[in-house]
Write a new protein. Structure first.
Length: 496
């Protein structure tokens, strides 16, 4: 039996400094994830005509992307935070299963246990997208319970793995991996090992998760599981308290979309307002929440602090396009918005996500690159020209190691952090991303700019990546140079 209903407490005021330190602690977490793995495919292209065969749009495919979905996306979110992960799931003996196994194995700090069931189809969701909008989603799956003997083997593996981790996550998408009594057996194994359990639930039978330390239903799932109204904060709290009392949950964290989150546990009720400045895509936000909460609990954070970080992370991912993740750097940036121009300096993955957001708004993306060792008027002149040919300008910056290989042991004069900071302060620059390679080809392939810009001391044919940009319908532009303005000449003058 549960005690008296917890008091409704105000949203906890946690100092930003404490939250920043809490973010750094997440990389210490070790988490076991068990659940339904999926393969998410994205097919991007343009629609410019209607098929003569039927009244449907014709998608001219430009590129395709595949990534782990379902429980695999929980793993992806955990590794983005720097946490160590053990992952136990089941895939089919098909190409999608092979692709998913490779994608999971390519994640850092992951110990994968993806068991194969013969004759089973790996759940695959394929989304067809044009102009930032989904045209169609095609699902390929087999949602029945997994083979009983395979389920026994999976539970044994998870029971061994849970001892080496701190928190177990059950990610249930009702695709068969956690069907029947599997969830209860896994929770019992975690209890025996003295480990905590966080569940991302589905369906109406929450008795399958009885005894879990935390469940994370969204508002619709809460209504379905309890049969109660959830149209007000008071109703949501009442339904969450009913779940706790009925199934012995330690806490219920209700995600409420644009209204934020509500945490109900033995210490009280806390409401967290939404922290998303803009919403582009809500897919995968629940995976982010359960990942951050689990990592927080595994790192020793209290439930309110872990929930607050999860709320911030959810706000980050819904502002991105597609099934996205919240990285440690994203959380740190969200907690320190006063960084100003330095927010323009981003990782390759973040640059790709930002460019996708801009492209979805119809912006024309420009790209240029260089060492920018000592920023001089010639550089500023080039950057201003480049920005005039596009709506958003991304600058690829050679890392120190790359500059040294290209320019010699005496270069660079300034380190990459200083060069990036100076570039980011230029008004015509919208984003800066450092690359380690000698050329920016990989970064160009990732960002697919509409305009590629270099100085007029090049020819169009000699611009690295120019053939790629032309191939996908972009332009190569040559910027006029200011006479006598070059880094080599500037360095020579400085050295006498």
């Amino acid at each position: 039996m549960q005690g008296p209903a917890p008091a409704d407490l105000p949203t906890p005021e946690i100092p930003v400094g404490d939250l920043t330190e809490a973010v750094r602690l997440l990389k210490r977490a070790s988490v076991l994830v068990v659940g339904d793995a999926m393969l998410d495919r994205y097919v991007y292209g343009q629609v410019q005509r209607v098929s003569p065969e039927a009244p449907v749009a014709v998608l001219a495919v430009e590129r395709e992307l595949a990534m782990p979905g379902g429980a695999g996306n929980v793993v992806r979110n955990l590794t983005a935070l720097g946490a160590a992960v053990a992952f136990v799931s089941v895939v089919g003996d098909d190409q999608a299963g092979s692709d998913l196994t490779g994608l999971i194995g390519g994640q850092p700090n992951v110990e994968p246990w993806l068991l194969v069931q013969g004759g089973r189809a790996t759940t695959t969701k394929t989304r067809f997208i044009a102009a930032g909008q989904q045209l169609l989603r095609a699902d390929h799956e087999m949602a029945g319970p997994i083979n009983a003997r395979l389920a026994d083997r999976m539970v044994r593996i998870a029971a061994d793995a849970v001892a080496a981790t701190t928190v177990m996550v059950l990610s249930d998408y009702q695709k068969g991996v956690l069907a029947g009594d599997v969830a209860q057996r896994l929770i019992a194994a975690a209890r025996t090992a003295g480990r905590r359990v966080v569940v991302d639930p589905k369906g109406v039978d929450y008795a399958r998760y009885a005894g879990a330390d935390m469940v994370t239903p969204n508002r619709a799932e809460l209504a379905l599981a309890t049969g109660m109204k959830v149209d007000t904060e008071e109703a949501i709290v009442a339904a969450a308290q009913h779940l706790r009392a009925t199934h012995g949950f330690g806490a219920v964290l209700v995600t409420r979309s644009e209204d934020g989150m509500t945490l109900v546990d033995g210490n009280g009720i806390r409401h967290f307002p939404a922290e998303a400045p803009e919403v582009h895509d809500v897919s995968g936000a629940g995976d982010t929440v359960v990942a951050v909460v689990a990592a927080g609990l595994a790192a020793g954070l209290s439930a309110p602090v872990a929930a607050r970080l999860a709320n911030i992370a959810a706000g980050i991912v819904v502002g991105k396009v597609g099934t996205a993740v919240a990285r440690e750097s994203d959380l740190a940036e969200a907690l320190t918005p006063e960084r100003g121009a330095l927010r323009k300096v981003v990782s390759r993955a973040t640059a790709m996500e930002q460019v996708e957001r801009w492209r979805r708004r119809g912006y024309r993306i420009g790209f240029t690159n260089g060492c920018f060792d000592l920023l001089h008027p010639g550089h500023v002149h080039l950057l201003e020209q480049a920005r005039s040919w596009c709506d958003r300008l991304v600058v690829g910056l050679n890392a120190d190691s790359s500059v040294k290989r290209l320019k010699g042991e005496t270069r660079p004069i300034q380190g990459e952090a200083a060069r990036a900071a100076v570039l980011a302060s230029v008004a015509s620059v919208d984003l800066v991303s450092v690359f380690e390679e000698d050329t920016p080809v990989d970064l160009i392939k990732l960002l697919r700019p509409d305009v590629l810009v270099k100085g007029a001391d090049y020819t169009v044919d000699a611009v690295v990546g120019g053939d790629l940009v032309t191939e996908w319908g972009g332009q190569v532009r040559l910027a006029q140079l200011l006479p006598g303005q070059s880094t080599t000449a500037t360095v020579a003058r400085i050295r006498g």
